[in-house]
Design a protein around this ligand. Structure first.
Ligand code: SF4
Ligand code: FES
Length: 360
């Protein structure tokens, strides 16, 4: 299989964040400020990414607004010819800062939503006043005219708010809403008991999304990440390992996906030591699960193997201990029944407390 250039790059500018969402997919060991890449190195990475063929740059974190040099970074990415998307909770953005980002060439904003009212949003984000601030930021985003995607992260505690989240996206003038049922990676793994949707919630969400897609056709695009553990087939994680996208973490390590560091045998190159082009085409972590040659049964002989590429390597690692195993979400996986049992147990754990993300 020929390796093509990546389409998208996720730059995790920092792990610092004013919120402490229990569903955070950042790793358990967060990068401290002192170890983050400096401005000049990030700017070089953006130029290298554009040269490599990357079209879209997602600026993420943590909270990317925690970086003081965010405007400078956006300007560098814009000058390199990248389409820039800021993935933010809104906390840390002011009207003035948004205007500066607009001036620097920011193309798009993706605003996260922890809940549709202050009570839910502030409880999930662990940040009092966060919801009201976010609503203000949404107004400023609208006034400047940034194309907006609302990113509603849903789980057992707030899935009943899905219809209102969709309404809010329409009211805010968003072009798109990402209805993202929580994916259990990184910190979120600690909260499977507290956040796992029930089977009934997952089915209801499917219906709400299907109805809203019909009703809002032409007005709002709804991207939907269903409740993974309740699905019959796994997600095509990262569009296939090492095929369409790459992540650069705050320290400069280049990862095939945001959770790749949970796979213990992989070695990751750093942009401080190796050119991005070389890492993408020849880095051992990228080569590890690219294409289909690495697959075991049942994936190896499955007709869907180039549809979902065997699902998520990190999920296979987390649940089976073998990153080359079939994603246990799949109905063909020998681990599937065990996963189903575990899912129902998590979903029924009424007493599980939320464990908030902390920088230890
Ligand atoms: Fe996908 Fe593997 Fe399941 Fe086939 S067996 S559907 S390739 S995860
Ligand atoms: Fe790593 Fe899915 S999160 S492959």
């Amino acid at each position: 299989m020929t390796t093509r250039p990546p389409i998208a790059m996720l730059a995790e500018l920092t792990h610092r964040c004013p919120l402490s969402c229990p569903y955070c997919s950042n790793p358990l060991e967060l990068t401290r400020k002192e170890s983050e890449l400096d401005t000049a190195t990030w700017c070089s990475v953006f130029t290298q990414a554009a040269d490599l063929g990357v079209l879209q740059l997602h600026l993420s974190g943590g909270e990317p607004a925690s970086r003081r040099d965010l405007t400078e970074l956006v300007a560098a990415a814009h000058d390199a010819g990248l389409y820039t998307n800021l993935i933010t909770s809104g906390i840390g953005l002011s009207e003035k800062r948004l205007a500066e980002l607009d001036g620097a060439g920011l193309d798009h904003v993706q605003l996260s939503l922890q809940g549709t009212n202050a009570q839910m949003a502030d409880m999930i984000g662990g940040y009092r006043g966060g919801f009201d601030r976010k609503m203000k930021v949404a107004e400023w985003i609208g006034a400047i005219g940034f194309p907006l995607t609302l990113n509603a992260v849903l789980h057992r505690r707030n899935l009943h708010q899905l219809p209102r989240a969709i309404e809010m996206a329409v009211e805010m003038g968003a072009r798109r809403i990402e209805v993202a049922t929580v994916q259990f990676h990184g910190w979120a793994m600690k909260n499977r008991g507290a956040m796992m949707p029930t089977r009934a919630q997952a089915a209801e969400a499917d219906g709400i999304v299907a109805e809203a897609r019909k009703r809002l056709k032409g007005r709002l695009v709804i991207d939907y990440v269903p409740a993974d553990y309740h699905s019959d087939y796994p997600k095509r994680c990262m569009g296939g390992w090492g095929s369409t996208g790459l992540n650069v973490n705050p320290e400069g390590r280049v990862l095939p996906c945001h959770a790749a560091e949970t796979i213990p045998h992989l070695q990751f190159d750093n942009v401080k030591e190796r050119p991005l082009h070389d890492i993408w085409y020849h880095g051992s972590a990228f080569e590890a699960y690219r294409g289909t040659d690495w697959m075991q049964e049942p994936c190896r002989s499955c007709e869907r193997k180039t549809v979902d590429f065997g699902g998520c390597r990190c999920q296979a690692m987390a649940i089976t201990g073998d990153p080359a195993a079939t994603d246990p979400v799949c109905i063909k996986s020998p681990e599937r029944d065990a996963l189903r049992g575990m899912t129902d147990e998590f979903a029924g754990d009424e007493d599980a407390p939320l464990t908030y993300r902390v920088l230890s």
